[in-house]
Design a protein around this ligand. Sequence first.
Ligand code: ARG
Length: 250
Amino acid sequence: MKKLSALLLTAIVVLTIGSVALGQGVLKVATEAGFMPFEYVDAQTGELMGFDMDLIRAVGEVLGLEVQIDNIAWDGLIPALLNGNYDCLIAGITITPERQQAVDFSEPYFESVLTVVTKNGAEISGLDGLAGKIAAVQINTTGDFAASDLADAGELKSVSRYDTVADAMQAVIIGAADVVLIDLPVANAYLQANPAAPLHHVGPVADNEFYGIAVNKTNKALLEQINSALAELKANGTYEQIFQKWFGAN
Ligand code: ARG
């Protein structure tokens, strides 16, 4: 009897350790869903939609993990990951050396570039000639970093930082700012979704940047799992399918 219960105990311990190692079957993900077409809330269903959402759900499927996604504030994403509230972040997050000090990134999964959004009729064609102008940006984004550099160099009057892309766009619409510095695919989706907005963008204005899935530096095992899942999704055509769904010609 004693032997049996010792055996049982061993079995329970082994099973418990096993399921912890597998993340208990759940991948806890955070995003900020104000970044169409990468992540947004469907107005009809309230569901989280977009390229990133499809991609991380596909990653979960490969890994046999249930994907739970929370929509939280952009500026709170990395702190929430560092707190241990989430296993990973996917939110069109550009891999930068500064962010790599705080978190690990998966292999790049998307190539992007910044653009300048401005009012129709404004004589602005890029990052040159912005002296005296006001830029609106989402706080702590690559658009913010680029605008801040220009302002420091005296090539821009000031930077107004907003919590969301929608608020930054609105600032230009109402004339509180002259330009938004933002990821080009997001500018495209915004202009498409808001055809009445008197805005356009001027095309690529900087070097390309690359989005990665952010993982806590303490969780190298998950980082490797995510990278191998991404590789599998690229090899088996799923990545291409998701890409075509959101960025294909039709
Ligand atoms: N790619 C830019 C950056 O990493 C902007 C990302 C904003 N993402 C979002 N979900 N609002 O700084």
